[in-house]
Ligand binder design. Sequence first.
Ligand code: SAM
Length: 397
Amino acid sequence: MLSPVEASHTRKKSVGHKTILNKEIQKYINANLNTDLHSLLLKKSPFPEVSMQEIVQQIKGKQVAQKKFPFLLKDEIIFPPQLNLEQSSSEKTALYKSGIVKGKKFIDLTSGFGIDAYYLSQNFEEITLVEQNLELLEIVEHNWNILGKKATFINQKLEDFLEENQEKFDVVYLDPARRDDHKNKVFLLEDLSPNIIEIQEKLLSISNEVVIKLSPLIDLKYLISVLPNVFRIDIIALKNDVKEVVVFLSNENSGEIICNCLNLESGESIFTFTFGEEEKAVAAYSEPEKFIYIPNHSILKAGVFNLISEKFSLKKLHPNTHLYTSEEKLDDFPGRILEMEVIDAKHIKNKSQFNIISKNYPLKPEEIKKKYSLKDGGESYLIFTQSKKGKIILKSV
Ligand SMILES: C[S@@+](CC[C@H](N)C(=O)[O-])C[C@H]1O[C@@H](n2cnc3c(N)ncnc32)[C@H](O)[C@@H]1O
């Protein structure tokens, strides 16, 4: 039996985009996976039923999939336009998120290309996808069919869906679009589509767990101030590059917000704390000792600067320098550990090669490189920073 929502909004599928699956066209696509796409676009399509643009869209899709979502490198999978590929999560971050939610009924209100939905719904029995872009939703529906994954596909604006919907869900997921009408990237919650601030109450009326993926550039203090029901924030980095800030809302918010700082694919480190703990923590300070610690970017993003000093018994170099130090090496630190010494600027040799790091220092690495005529790279590090005594330069030993 179809529910009222399904009955009114699931539609007869068009078969238009399936022409691209014609064997000869697929052969041509696979033969051109490494061809320059700009020059290909200038050519006439060898197939009257599809344009060269449609062919290039599939080639581009396969190229992106190789790195971002290799699980889609299968026969008969169809890829959407580039913007939808860019907006999709990567298989790696989606896979992490699949382990953080479970229940019976899952709904993704901003399906997009459905990468998040595919993974996050793994531990659910009933899956619903809402997407305003019909063509995109049809592609997802086709692909999920090929992958043998069942769901209810609803082509509707989620605001309208929320007005009509009577159902409750165990988990509601959203990954708002970060582009404005002029296709520029936006980072404030009010500028995302949908506007989470406006619909948060409605979301919490249909589920007790709302999970929202946001840009790594989002300000956490602002986030907590505009979303009073936040109870957890996950900061997900992949190889030390922060990719996502995932926020969890619930009606049963105890007031303590837990933050998980993750670094996937480099030892899978995780540092968990509450913002209350960080507020109470007091950092110890010292001039540089034998070892210098650079926290992972997810930790820096979380702003957990004093608790790191307290929890790991490390000393901080300066209130605004988020580098730590110790005489004994602490191997399980969630970040990089370098053995270093303080040097005088006049001992930096012209044309020598270093990885240059600038932290709480007036010059950027590029400016430092120019000033001291240095070459980038190699095994050694130079850190230009400030301790409580003033500006210092650290060199790896
Ligand atoms: C960032 S993408 C989602 C990507 C997806 N998480 C993935 O991994 O493939 C956001 C999607 O939300 C859709 N969207 C934005 N605002 C919407 C609204 N008000 N109603 C329904 N869909 C919406 C956009 O069309 C877009 O496809």
